[in-house]
Design a protein around this ligand. Structure first.
Ligand code: GLU
Length: 284
């Protein structure tokens, strides 16, 4: 079986130890399997992506000893492909326009049902304010769009399942029941104001186009993976094998964030650390 994996950072800040862990795991797995390690630049959010960060990513990864084939793929070059995937979902009657702001959603969920989870992979779970009783007809509007989760799961007609070689945050494996998804993920946004397609949609289209067979990513993305597997089913795309790895935390147990400059690879480089030091720090 062929093995193609990728590392897909967003050029919105410096790479830190957590990124290095994902990238090295993916790179080493590909090397072990005689496979291919691809680098993709997730620069869909043009308001936050910067060429300087992209250059820094290339620099840091090369310094870590990683290499990848050229040319690399950039999401900002692929917007028409994402629009066409959105059209497919629209034609299936699975999307609806929604212009609720974050504040609207916060106000609507201020009195949640007892025991209902408040947060999904993208923040507050959408309470369904704009969800129509029947799928909207006519051409797809140029507006923010959400996936009608219950309708999408019914349309797929089976539970979205995938092979997991790691584990989710609570030891979950790759079986997702539709009722869990409606409750814990809800109607996610697939097209956002000013940004076009969302991360969830673009990543699924890109992974399929790049024939990715193995996705290696942090456990923080486990619930996002459930959305991706559902979208693959709806769009008729293959589902890769997923490996969700442990998260790299600081001494206090807090997850590293992009703004955590103290743990940026560039900072360690400037301090005179070697790539071997970084691997050792990561337990690799
Ligand atoms: N750009 C995403 C990130 O950096 C990609 C993660 C993924 O799809 O595996 O979190």
């Amino acid at each position: 079986m062929s093995f193609i994996t990728r590392f897909a950072p967003s050029p919105t800040g410096p790479l830190h130890l957590g990124h290095a862990y994902s990238a090295i795991l993916a790179h080493d797995s590909a090397a072990r399997e005689n496979g291919t390690f691809l680098l993709r630049i997730d620069d869909l959010d043009q308001t936050r992506s910067r060429p300087e960060w992209e250059t820094q990513i290339f620099d840091d990864l090369s310094w870590l000893g990683l290499s990848w084939p050229q040319p690399i793929l950039r999401q900002s070059d692929r917007l028409p492909l994402y629009a066409s995937a959105l059209e497919t979902l629209w034609d299936q009657g699975l999307l609806y326009p929604c212009s609720c702001s974050r504040a609207d959603i916060r106000a609507a969920v201020s009195a949640p049902q007892e025991g209902a989870p408040l947060h999904g992979p993208d923040g507050l779970i959408y309470p369904g304010t704009c969800r129509p009783a029947h799928p909207p007809s006519g051409p797809m509007p140029d507006s923010p769009l959400r996936l009608d989760m219950a309708r999408a799961l019914a349309h797929l007609g089976r539970a979205p399942a995938f092979t997991e070689t790691g584990a989710g945050p609570d030891g979950e494996t790759g079986l997702i029941t539709p009722s869990t998804m409606t409750r814990t993920v809800g109607d996610v946004a697939l097209a956002r104001p000013g940004l076009g397609a969302s991360y969830h949609l673009s990543v699924v289209v890109d992974d399929a186009d790049q024939q990715i067979t193995h996705v290696i990513r942090g456990r923080d993305l486990f619930s996002a993976t459930q959305i991706h597997v559902l979208l693959q089913g709806l769009l008729g795309l293959p589902t890769p094998i997923y490996h969700h790895h442990r998260l790299i935390r600081d001494e206090t147990g807090k997850r590293l964030a992009k703004r955590d400059d103290a743990r940026a690879i560039a900072t360690y480089r400037a301090e005179g650390k070697t790539p071997q030091d970084i691997r050792a720090m990561l337990g690799l």
